[in-house]
Design a protein. Sequence first.
Length: 343
Amino acid sequence: MNRYFILLIFVFYAVFYSDAQSCCSGGSGSPIAGGASQGVLQERQAEISLNYQYLGTDRFKTGDVDTSKLFNYLYSHYLYGRIAYGVTPKLTLSIESGYFLTKTEIALHKKDTISSRGIGDLIIFPRYTVFSKNTERTRTEITIGLGYKIPLGKYNDSNLVYQNPVTLKTYYTTSPPTVQPTTGSQDFIFYGFLYKGYVESKFRVFANLLCIKKGWNPLGQKFGDFASIGLFAGKTFFKRWSVTLQVRGEWIDKMQYDKKIDMLATYNIDVNSTGSKKIFFVPQLSYNKKNFTIYALSEIPLYQYVNRVQAVSYYNLIAGISYRFFVKGNRNIDSGCVETITN
């Protein structure tokens, strides 16, 4: 029965969900939302998770200095899902995807507001433990991953700009990347995870490294490559409650493009206003009961530097739930460890 349940959930997510993107300029964010800090599951263990994310900003910078607005407000409501399965004690495979309920850019003149919705991308993300050592007092793990992102949703959605009052003929222009559900490119994801847990004190420290090599989309655009590193410390209280604190730095390269195409005139992209460096503080609270984990977190920007003028991160709130269970069969209950932290 569990096998059929896993298959059903996999099909559901593969069809309806996609990856999260930054709601700032260029749409170049980490696609692994809701669980970038992951080790491996135990053999024959399955995990199903779903989270809701709200991203919004009305802040703009030139370099690291606040500047005037290019538009009034930018926000998105997003659902993100993952299903994972422990194939062996060292290998876990996950399928991750998401759906934008809305991505909306409210213009300075509200009549010019634009928005879109829909599926984004499908991510296939295997992870493998290359080192594991468990003692009575400590648990240590090093895990690596190699993922592949496949665009499913719209990357060239358009919005109405003019309707002739006599002929009623309508004219459309391609929406900016900030409101597109996907960048339209196939990307490679490289991942590393280091975990150290202290059993008696229920304290743990860990780190992750995430790099995304962006591909070209059919519009002649290559969004900037992405890299981030996160440092975490977490502790369990009262058996069920956990607090995790994270400091994360991220870097996004400038966009590349087909020089034969005027990106600003054709696609509303100022290529020189892409690329950034940011540092975030991320507190998270989790509650565990039996096989369920409920969590909530907020990303707080500590430092942001952007090229030329861009919208920068401001509000980022995430809440979710995950459920883990074992598929029938023999399993090694002492193998592997997993730490699920959204980012």
